[in-house]
Design a protein around this ligand. Structure first.
Ligand code: GTQ
Length: 359
């Protein structure tokens, strides 16, 4: 049959009747949807978006007046992709939110199969506890809650003069929802018992050494659950001075599971990058959609996709999302530092990760 010819009216009518009859039996014709099912290239419904911290912060503080961390369990404002409203998703596979904890508060212990990362945005005095060990949360620290580990958050500062602490939560919630593989439990006590001194995991696994006979305490997830900013920052700033700067990324490093060399979590990759002063990044695109948290400095990002061109000027503590296969250019006049996370480990595990970089 010549497929380029438009079917006559009789044929069209017959087909519509056929589709209706099929539908009654739980079937639908592939040929009507084939082009959308196997698109020539990724065609995400997600849109680029920016959340300015100056806009977000007053709402976070207001949430602190309306509900306690304990009552909320997790007092979080979810960053929803404008094209995915109501789905608690920042990309099709990733969840992001900003969590607030005030001096004297606790966010009670629970565990779930969803993996979580915390990236500290502002304030000092909070801690998170994972499997009996606490980690201090300081701005710029990257902290992991491995799948199915008990975790609670707290702030032992003084309610009179302590600082509100805000961090970015990144979770694989939409992915686990997609696989219908989510389980969760609440703990018996609000705060779990401390069984291991602060920093123990880091000393054991974070000194470029490993215990001689170790079993991975968190399975496929990194045995280090806190990566302090101090170390990350020093590496980036020294590399900026000492080594060639990448024309697309500036100076960009990925966080690593020191026991495997792999990503810190099975579902999420994390990165930190420094754009030197005057950096004008070349265009790139990749299949893993990424969420950014601005740590220091200011810059600009151009993001181009099916919805057109977006241009965002960003500053400290702003957050933005670059959807899959959107052409991206980063630049900075005065220099900046950017944290980001994406679902890259899943793309890599499935053999479907793709990246293009051009000049
Ligand atoms: O801190 O455990 O933003 O379970 C969403 C779900 C944070 C958490 C979120 C969670 C958490």
């Amino acid at each position: 049959m010549n497929t380029s010819r438009k079917p006559d009216e009789l044929t069209q009518q017959a087909r519509q009747d056929f589709y209706r009859a099929l539908s009654q039996h739980g079937m639908t014709p592939l040929w009507e949807v084939l082009h959308a099912l196997v698109p020539p290239q990724p065609n995400t419904p997600c849109r680029p978006a920016l959340w300015r911290y100056d806009d977000v912060r007053p709402f976070l503080l207001q949430s602190g007046e309306l509900i306690t961390a304990e009552e909320a369990v997790r007092r979080v404002l979810i960053l929803e992709n404008p094209a995915l409203r109501g789905q608690s998703a920042i990309t099709q596979s990733l969840y992001a939110g900003l969590q607030l904890i005030l001096p004297g508060e606790i966010a009670p212990s629970h565990r779930h199969t969803q993996s979580a990362l915390r990236f500290v945005v502002e304030g000092r005095g909070a801690f998170t506890a994972v499997n009996g060990e606490r980690a201090r949360m300081n701005p710029g620290d990257f902290i992991i809650t491995p799948s199915w580990t008990w975790h609670d958050h707290g702030h032992d500062g003084n309610p009179q003069d302590g600082e509100p602490v805000v961090w970015l939560d990144g979770l694989d919630i939409p992915m686990l929802r997609f696989f219908d593989a989510g389980f969760a439990q609440n703990g018996d006590a609000a705060s779990q018992r401390v069984t291991q001194a602060e920093g123990t995991s880091y000393q054991r696994f974070g000194a470029n050494m490993l215990p001689v006979r170790h079993e991975a305490p968190f399975g496929q997830t990194s045995p280090i659950f806190s990566y302090p900013y101090e170390r990350t920052r020093e590496a980036l700033y020294k590399l900026e001075q000492q080594a060639p700067v990448d024309a697309w990324d500036g100076v960009k490093l990925r966080y690593v599971n020191p026991a495997t060399g792999g990503y810190p979590m099975p579902t999420m990759a994390t990165f930190m990058q420094r754009l030197p002063p005057g950096f004008q990044g070349q265009p790139y695109r990749q299949t893993d959609g990424a969420v950014f948290s601005v740590v220091e400095g200011r810059g600009k990002v151009l993001i181009e996709g099916p919805g057109g061109l977006s241009e965002f000027d960003f500053g400290p503590r702003d957050h933005f999302v670059i959807p899959s296969w959107h052409t991206t250019r980063l630049s900075s006049d005065a220099g900046c530092v950017l944290f980001s996370f994406s679902d890259r480990p899943v793309h890599v595990a499935l053999g479907i990760h793709k990246e293009e970089r051009w000049t």
